[in-house]
Design a protein around this ligand. Structure first.
Ligand SMILES: [Zn+2]
Length: 297
C-alpha cells in the first residue's frame, strides 16, 4: 500500500484545486488530519460531501471566513478583492449578502475584523517579517512525502532568502485554557498544542525542505478575537529542547496515525464515530446502553 503511494505522484496542485476534496483524497494535509483525529466518521462524511457542519448561530462570524478575511487583507489588495467576490463570502460579510448594503457589524469599520487588522498594523515584527514581501511569496503551495505518504501545505508567507516562514492565526483568547487527552487523562495546555500547531509547523518545515531544499524557521503571528485584541509573536525555535520535543512528538504522531487514516480514506477500514461531535449527535439515534460512569468528559 505505502509503496504504491510512493511510486505514483498525485495530481499537480494549483490555487484552484488546493482545497478541493479531489486533492484531499491524494494528499494528506494538516486540516484533514485534524478532522480525522477529532472524528473519523465526521471527517469522511465531510470529505465525501455527505454532510456539512451547521452554520454558526446568533450572528457569530463564521471562523473560517473571518480568518480568511484577515489573511487575504495581508496578502494584498488584489487577493482581498478576489476573496470578496466569492458568493459564500458575500453572504457572510455583507448585510443581506449584498455588497451595496455595506459590511455586517463584524467586518465594518468598528468591527472585530478591522480592529484585528489595525492591531496587526501596529506590530513592528509582523510588518517586518510578514508584510513587506512580494505577493509571489504569499500562499505558497508545498508538497512532499512523510514516510511515503504525500502531503500538501499552503504557506502564508515564505522568505527563502532569509530562511523563515510565517503563519498568521486568530484565536479566541491567547491565554485560554484548553484540555487535551493524554492517555486516560485530560491535561491542560495552551492553544498552540491544543490546536495542533506544533504539528502544523513541523509538517510545513519538512514540506518546505522537500520542495525548496531549505530549512526554514517557523514564525507565528497570533491575534486574539477579543474586543481589545492581544498579539503574540511566536518563534518555533528547535534549539529550545521543549519546542523541539513537541515538534518531533507531533511528527511521530503523524507517522503513527497516517497509515490508518489513509486506509479509512481509501475505504479499506471503517471510520469510527467519536460519539461526541456535531456529526455524531446528528447521525446516532439509537445508541447502545452504557453505564453512567462511561460518559466521557
Ligand atoms: Zn464524531
Amino acid at each position: 500500500m505505502v509503496a504504491a503511494i510512493k511510486k505514483k505522484r498525485p495530481m499537480k496542485l494549483t490555487n484552484d484545486n488546493y482545497y478541493s476534496h479531489d486533492t484531499d483524497f491524494q494528499y494528506l494535509s494538516k486540516s484533514v488530519f485534524a478532522m480525522f483525529e477529532n472524528c473519523e466518521a465526521s471527517a469522511m462524511a465531510q470529505l465525501k460531501d455527505e454532510w456539512k457542519p451547521q452554520p454558526k448561530q446568533n450572528g457569530q462570524p463564521d471562523p473560517l471566513i473571518f480568518g480568511n478575511f484577515i489573511h487575504s487583507y495581508f496578502q494584498g489588495e488584489e487577493a482581498h478583492k478576489d476573496f470578496l467576490k466569492d458568493k459564500d463570502v458575500q453572504k457572510e460579510v455583507y448585510k443581506y449578502g449584498n455588497p451595496e448594503k455595506g459590511f455586517k457589524k463584524a467586518y465594518s469599520k468598528s468591527g472585530e475584523a478591522t480592529s484585528i487588522i489595525d492591531k496587526l498594523g501596529l506590530n513592528g515584527r509582523f510588518n517586518y517579517y510578514y508584510k513587506p514581501q512580494q505577493s509571489e511569496s504569499k500562499e505558497i503551495i508545498v508538497t512532499g512525502q512523510i514516510d511515503g505518504y504525500w502531503w500538501k501545505g499552503k504557506i502564508d508567507s515564505l522568505n527563502l532568502d532569509k530562511n523563515y516562514f510565517c503563519d498568521l492565526k486568530t484565536t479566541k483568547d491567547i491565554h485560554a485554557v484548553n484540555w487535551i487527552k493524554d492517555g486516560d487523562y485530560n491535561v491542560k495546555t495552551n492553544f498552540v498544542e491544543a490546536y495542533g500547531y506544533y504539528m502544523q509547523m513541523a509538517i510545513y518545515q519538512e514540506l518546505i525542505k522537500q520542495t525548496f531544499g531549505k530549512e526554514c524557521l517557523p514564525l507565528m503571528f497570533v491575534v486574539s478575537k477579543q474586543s481589545v485584541p492581544e498579539v503574540a509573536n511566536l518563534v518555533f525555535d528547535r534549539r529550545d529542547p521543549d519546542v523541539n520535543y513537541l515538534m518531533n512528538d507531533a511528527m511521530d504522531k503523524v507517522k503513527e496515525l497516517q497509515p490508518h487514516i489513509w486506509r479509512v480514506m481509501m475505504g479499506e477500514e471503517k471510520p469510527e464515530n467519536c460519539g461526541k461531535c456535531e456529526y455524531c449527535r446528528y447521525s446516532i439515534n439509537d445508541p447502545e446502553f452504557i453505564l453512567p460512569t462511561e460518559i466521557e468528559v
